[in-house]
Design a protein around this ligand. Structure first.
Ligand code: UD1
Length: 429
C-alpha cells in the first residue's frame, strides 16, 4: 500500500491541465453497451474507477481497448454474457450499477451485483429499481444481485422521489431503447447527465430536456456507434482551485468546465480568492488569507457535495467560523476527524459542521477515508506545518488522475511512497 507524503508548500504557481470528468465518463462507458457498434470515447483518465468499470464491461463480453496515453477508449459490445463475473470489481464502485439499465434495454434480462463505492452513507438503489420497474422490468434482489427481466421496456412517466444522479442516468439509458415516450420528472440536472445525453444523442437517441428536472425520451429501435469527448471535471477543477487558495498561489487552470462552476467560484470569491474566467480557462490569484464562508450542499446548480470535504479543509484555516451543511449524504463528514488530527477546530452534529478556523494546521499521519475526504486532506496538508502522511490513498486514485504529479508541476511538495516498514513492523508485533 502506498501513502502520500505532503510537506507545507509555498504558493502554488504555474499552469495545470484539468482532465475528463469521473462522474461523466462512468455512465458514458456504460452507455456503450446500448449498441453492437463500436464507440470511441476520448478524455478518459485512468482513474481506478474507470479501470474497474472497463474490467466489468470486459466481463460482460464487450471488446475494450484503452489507450491510456491518449486517454481514449474503444468499446464494442457485439454480444453480451450474462453473469460474466465482475462482482468483485462491482463492489468497488457504485457506478457499476449503471450497466443495469443498458443491459435490460438491450437484452431483456440482466444480473447485476449491488454496488459498492465510498462509505459516505447507505446509498440505496431503490429509485433505480422503481424506475426500471415502471418501464416494465421485473426486478428482484437476490443474494446481493439485482436480477431483472422484461419482454420489452415501455415508455411511461417516472417521478423520482429525489433527483438521484445515478437513477436518472440508469433510466435515461434504458428509456432510449424503450417502446414509446418516457418522461423522467424530478430528474437530476447535473452537467454530467447533459454530457451523457449528448453522447446518447450522437448514438441516435431522442432526448429532450437533459439538464432540467423533466427529461423526455422517445425510444428508438436501435442505437449506433458514436464518438464523444468527455466533459472536463468540475470536482478536479474545484480541488485545484482550493489548493491554490490555501497556499496563496497564482495559477492558470486550462480545460475547465466554466459553464458549470458558478457555485464553486462564488464560494472561492467569498473566501477571498480573485478568479478571472477565460474561454475554457481560469486564472486564480490568492493571498493565502481565507475568509470564512458557509456552504450548503445541494443538487446542481447548488454547491456540489463532492467538493464539501475539500472546502472544509479551506474553512479549517479561515479567519473566523464557517458552517457547512451536507444535505445529500448522511455520513459525509469523515474528513472532519482527520482534519482535527491536524489541529483543525471542527465540530459536527448530524449534517452540520461548525468549523472554527485555526491559525495553523500541523502535519501528522491521517487516513483518506473516502475519495473526496482524501482530496481534502491533500489540500489541508499543503498548508500544514511540517509533513503529513496520508494513508489509504487508493480512495484518492479512484477519482484523481496523477494528482501528485499535477501538484508537483505547480511547485507542491508531495510524493508517493510505499508505506514504510515501521507500519509493517508495528503490525507484526
Ligand atoms: C453521483 C456521483 C457522486 C455524487 C452524487 C451526488 C457518480 C459516479 N457519482 O452519485 O460523486 O456525490 O451523484 O451528486 O456520478 N438515493 C436513494 N435511492 C436511490 C439513489 C439515491 O435514496 O435509488 C439517495 C442517496 O442515498 C443519496 C442521494 O440519493 O443520499 C443522492 O444520490 P445520487 O444522486 O443517486 O448519487 P450517485 O448517483 O450515487
Amino acid at each position: 500500500m502506498s501513502e502520500l507524503i505532503v510537506r507545507k508548500s509555498g504558493p502554488l504557481f504555474g499552469t495545470v491541465l484539468i482532465g475528463g470528468s469521473k462522474n461523466a465518463v462512468l455512465p458514458i462507458l456504460c452507455a456503450c453497451l446500448l449498441t453492437q457498434e463500436r464507440c470511441e470515447i476520448r478524455q478518459v483518465p485512468p482513474f481506478a474507477d474507470v479501470l474497474a468499470l472497463l474490467g466489468i464491461l470486459r466481463a460482460l463480453g464487450a471488446d475494450v481497448e484503452y489507450d491510456e496515453k491518449k486517454q481514449m477508449v474503444h468499446i464494442q459490445a457485439r454480444r453480451m454474457k450474462m453473469g460474466g463475473g465482475g462482482e468483485e470489481l462491482a463492489g468497488r464502485l457504485r457506478a457499476s450499477f449503471l450497466v443495469l439499465g443498458p443491459i435490460l434495454a438491450r437484452k431483456g434480462r440482466a444480473q447485476v451485483p449491488l454496488p459498492g463505492g465510498c462509505p459516505i452513507g447507505t446509498r440505496p438503489v431503490d429509485l433505480h429499481l422503481k424506475g426500471l420497474t415502471a418501464l416494465g422490468a421485473r426486478i428482484r434482489v437476490d443474494h446481493g444481485m439485482a436480477k431483472g427481466r422484461c419482454r420489452i421496456l415501455r415508455g411511461t412517466e417516472v417521478y423520482l422521489d429525489l433527483p438521484s444522479v445515478g437513477a436518472t442516468e440508469n433510466l435515461l439509458m434504458a428509456a432510449t431503447l424503450a417502446q414509446g415516450v418516457t418522461v423522467i420528472e424530478n430528474a437530476a440536472a447535473e452537467p454530467e447527465i447533459v454530457d451523457l445525453a449528448a453522447f446518447l444523442k450522437k448514438m441516435g437517441a431522442k432526448i429532450q430536456g437533459a439538464g432540467t428536472p423533466k427529461i423526455t425520451i422517445t425510444g428508438v429501435d436501435s442505437l449506433h456507434g458514436a464518438r464523444h469527448s468527455v466533459m472536463s471535471d468540475r470536482v478536479e477543477t474545484g480541488t485545484f482551485l482550493a489548493a491554490v487558495a490555501i497556499t496563496g498561489g497564482d495559477v492558470v487552470l486550462k480545460n475547465t468546465p466554466n459553464d458549470h462552476l458558478a457555485a464553486i467560484l462564488a464560494k472561492l470569491r467569498e473566501a477571498g480568492a480573485v478568479i478571472e474566467e477565460g474561454v475554457g480557462s481560469l486564472h486564480i490569484k490568492a493571498t493565502g488569507e481565507i475568509l470564512p464562508f458557509d456552504v450548503k450542499t445541494m443538487p446542481y446548480p447548488g454547491f456540489p457535495t463532492d467538493l464539501q470535504a475539500v472546502f472544509m479543509a479551506l474553512a479549517a484555516v479561515a479567519k473566523g467560523t464557517s458552517v457547512i451543511t451536507e444535505t445529500l449524504f448522511e455520513n459525509r463528514f469523515l474528513q472532519a476527524a482527520q482534519l482535527n488530527r491536524m489541529g483543525a477546530g471542527i465540530k459536527t452534529d448530524g449534517r452540520v459542521a461548525v468549523v472554527e478556523g485555526v491559525r495553523h494546521l500541523t502535519g501528522t499521519a491521517v487516513t483518506a477515508t473516502d475519495l473526496r475526504a482524501g482530496a481534502a486532506l491533500v489540500v489541508a496538508a499543503l498548508a500544514a506545518e511540517g509533513e503529513t502522511q496520508i494513508s489509504h490513498i487508493s480512495h484518492i486514485d479512484r477519482g484523481y488522475d496523477h494528482l501528485e504529479e499535477k501538484l508537483q508541476g505547480l511547485g507542491a511538495e508531495i510524493f508517493r511512497q510505499e508505506e514504510p516498514a515501521r507500519e509493517a513492523m508495528a503490525a507484526a508485533h
